[in-house]
Write a new protein. Sequence first.
Length: 239
Amino acid sequence: FGSVGNVEVIKGPAGSLYGLAIAGAVNLQTKKADRGNTSISQQAMVGSYGLQRYTTQLQIGTERSSLMINYGNQKSDGYMPHEASKKNFVNVIGEFNPNSKQTINAYFGYSDSYDQRAGELTIAQYEAGDYSGNPNYIKNNAHSEIVGFRTGVSHTYNFTDHISNTTTFFGSGSTNNASSAGGWTDKSPVNYGLRSTMDMEFSLGTDISLRGIAGIETQRQYSQIIGYGMVADSTNLSG
């Protein structure tokens, strides 16, 4: 969220302007470095249960380009045994204007998240204030580990003051392994695609204009899911 500059909520079928989102969409617009300015900032947050979060942000802006790099690290011990959390992320956002008609945008995001899982509490544990968790989760080192990336390159060309084209190549992928008291699941989805739109706007009078968008989008996803069942004794597969 340190890289988000504006949030736009679009309700209903208007969300289809951003792809397969006929029930609406949330458009997260990233920050941009101010033109002609260079800055670096550091944020720190500490809290209970060993919470520490550090975020470093570098912004470089020139007359024709802007670059922002955002890096963060967070860790916490959790309020239950075996509930530690470690997270790292980096976002790189760039914009380049080679001339008055063209704009090139690029985005790359990487995240690495590891969370231990203590399991559910019984009603008796909760009423007694016993937050020791489920011993089988702790025994099996239950956890959730997600390593993922998102990337995209977009090119906008203004043919005239009224007609422009924006074409974007994008992709994302992750590896997700999660374990609990009863099993282990590995997931490795990879998604990539292309989106191209023609934006048109014409003036029909002093206070009247006509605007339209036409485009095409294609996506493809590969996903592999593998599940394993936990056993009490690895030498006895029936137990």
